[in-house]
Write a protein that binds this ligand. Sequence first.
Ligand code: NAD
Length: 500
Amino acid sequence: MNDTDKRITHWFGGAAWTGTAARAGDVFDPATGAVSGHVDLADAATVDAAVTAARTAFTTWRRTSLARRVAVLFEFRRLLAERAGELAAAITAEHGKVLDDAAGEVQRGLEVVEFACGIPHLLKGGHTMGAATRVDVHSLRQPVGVTAIVSPFNFPAMVPLWFAPVSIACGNTVVLKPSEKVPSAAILLAELWREAGLPDGVFNVVHGDREAVDALLTHADVAAVSFVGSTPVARYVYERATAHGKRVQALGGAKNHMVVLPDADLDLAADAAVNAGFGSAGERCMAISALVAVEPVADELIARITERIAGLKVGDGRRGCDMGPLVTAAHRDRVAGYVEAGLDAGAELVVDGRERPVDGDAAGFWLGPTLFDRVTPEMSVYTDEIFGPVLSVLRVGSYDAALDLVNSSPYGNGTALFTNDGGAARRFEEEVEVGMVGINVPIPVPVSYYSFGGWKASLFGDAHAYGPDGVHFFTRTKTVTSRWPDPHSRGIDLGFPRNH
Ligand code: NAD
C-alpha cells in the first residue's frame, strides 16, 4: 500500500468504522502538494450511528464515579505526553505547520487535560444548612448528554482538546467532527482515549463536511455543540443548532490588532510581530494581521521587521524551517490574491512573499511572509480575515486613534499592546472591546484554568472554551431543597412557599 491509498475513517463505539462510505475526500501533504490519503465523509445515517454509540455510553459514563473518570484522564494525559511527537508529526504531515509549532499545540491541549484532571473540585456544588426552618439546600452540576465538537483545520489536536477532556470529565460523551483537511490527529486522540481506559462510545469521531455537521446540529440526541471555525459558518452553526434546542458555543474568525506605542521596546515589538504574524503561516485565529503603529514608530519598526523576515527559513516543516506551507492550494491562491488586492488598493508592498525561495518541494502550497505598509481601514487586506502570512501596517497618530481602529473592527478575538507605560496599558485593558488582551504579549491565549474566547463576531454564544466557562457549558445546575419528616413540616398551606 502506498501513501495515497491511506484511508482515514470514522471511529465510534471504541473502534474504527468498518462500513463503506458513499463519499470520500482527498487529504494532502501541503509541503509536497501530493495526495497523502483519503478521508471518508459521513452521511446522516453514519452520524446517527456515532451519536447512538455516544448516547448509549452516556447512560453508564454519567454515573461513573469521579475517581474513575479522573483515573482515565490522568492516564490519557500520560499517553498524550508520551505520544506528543507522533501526534505532532501527523499534524505537520496534513496541516503543514513546522514540527515545533505542532508540538506546541499538543502541549497547549495537554494543559486542558491537566485542568480537567481537577474536575472533582470544579464540580463541587454549594450547600446551605437551615435555609429555612429544618430546610437544607444544595446544588449539583450534572452532565448535559451527548456533546458535539466541530473543529477547524488550523489546530487539529488543540481545538478538540479545548473541549473533549472537559466534556468527558463532566460525565458527557463526545462526537468530534474534525476538519476534513486534517483528519488523522482526531483518530490518534481516539486511540489514546481507548488506551487510557475510556469506555467505548464515550469519545467518537465522524469525519465529514457540511452534511455531517448539519446532521449533528439537528440530531435530537445531541445536547450541546462546540464549534470553532470561520465567522460565517460559526454564525450558521449557532443559529441552526440553537433553533434545534441545543446549547451552543461557536467560536469564529478574527482580525487581531497589535498596537505599538512610541515608547515601546521596538526590538521586542518587532520580534513579536514576526512571531505572531507569520507563525503557522498566519493560519492562527490569534495571529496578528494588523500592526497599528502609533507615529513616529512606523519607519523604524518596519525596518526591524523586514530585517527579521529576511532571516526566516520557509519550507517543509520536517526540515527545521521557521514557517511551512499553507494548508491547500486553493487557500494559498486565495491568500496570494490579497497581495494583488493590496497593491491594487494602493498599499505599499514592503516584502513580497510570492517571490520567496523555499526549502521544499516545488509543488507544495507555498507563500512566503508578506508585509504591507500604508494600509488603510477600507482596504480588503485590512477588512477581511486573510488567514495567511500577510501582515498589514496601519499608521495612526495617537493612542486614541489606535483604540478606535481596534474597537471599530467587527471581530474581537485577540489584541496586543506594546508599551512601557503602565498607565496606557491599564487604560487599554479597560477600554478595548476584545475578549483576549496581551500587554507586551502578542498571542494572549489564556492558560487552561482561565477561558478562551473572543467578543463580537469572534464568538456566538455565552460560554468561552475550557476553564470555568467550559465546566459551566458542559453541565447543568440542579438545586435541591429538602426537608426531612418532622412534626413541624405537617399541615396544609396553599400559599407560595415562604422561608421562615
Ligand atoms: P471553516 O469554518 O471552513 O470550517 C470549520 C469546520 O466547519 C470544519 O470542521 C468544516 O468541515 C466545517 N464546515 C465548513 N463549512 C461548513 C458549512 N458551510 N456548514 C457546516 N459546517 C461547515 O474554518 P477552517 O477554514 O477550517 O478554519 C479557519 C477558521 O477558523 C478561521 O476563520 C479562524 O479564525 C477560525 N478559528 C477560530 C478560532 C477561535 O478560537 N475563535 C480558533 C481556530 C480557528
